[in-house]
Design a protein around this ligand. Sequence first.
Ligand code: PBE
Length: 296
Amino acid sequence: MKKWKPFGIAIGLAMTLVAAGCGNDTSSSDSLSKQVDYTIVGIEAGAGVMKATEKAIEDYHLDGWTIMPSSSGVMTIALEDAIEDKKPVVITGWTPHWMFAKYDLKYLDDPKGSYGEAESLHTLTRQGFAEDVPGANTVLDQFNWEVKDMEEVMLEVNKGAEPAEAARKWVDKHADKVAEWTKGAEEGNGQEVSLVYVEWDSEVASTNVLKVVLDDLGYKTEITPLDNAIMWQAVVQGEADATASAWLPTTHGDLYEQYKDQVVDLGASLEGARTGLVVPSYVDADSIEDLEPKDN
Ligand code: PBE
């Protein structure tokens, strides 16, 4: 799967460039909406923020706007390219994310609430996991950190560290916090634990940290990246033990409604998350209401 990633990025990037209006006659005196060619640079098609953006386009009557699906990696490349040229760009963004530490960015206000209120990241397990592997379940249940913790791991990865290395470094540095998660948890004896996630930078961070903590406690943790909908199904069907990648109540609200009786919700591991439309601070817009429909 990894092998094909650069290929995917190249294709996605080509799409980005085409859609970002190469060959389009825009000038800096045009409105922001025209300059970005009425296009929002999105991420993976199955992401909740993509659905929320479709809703925003309806809620704000942004007729003629397109959300370009790509990947989380391609989206950040499009953002970096725009910032280098000081050009406008509108992306689907979320917090926690390293991009807010690296660049000067802002969320566009969302007075109609298309993206919901503050989000929490929940940990879900398959039914029966607590009985089968109680020690690991205790850790997953007690797993709880803050936006700044997750961002610390994400920044390391963005600087080039392997996710596993960045996770190890964070765990070693925050032994007190980790001790709260493992408190009272039975040690493992090589039992396997399978965690599924989506390759969003935030979920790469949480899942790799959980793997280090569970492995240190004697479990043998396998982590597998999947498409969002398939990830939920894997836990529902018991093919995977758990995920820490559920964004609630809005982002994955539809999946939660569909599956809530077939999974065990261990509650939030992180509060104060958020999704929305994000632009560089130099962009002349503060609200989604400042975007204009395409008139033709
Ligand atoms: N995200 C990051 C996900 C949840 C985690 C905001 C890209 C989504 O939109 O589904």
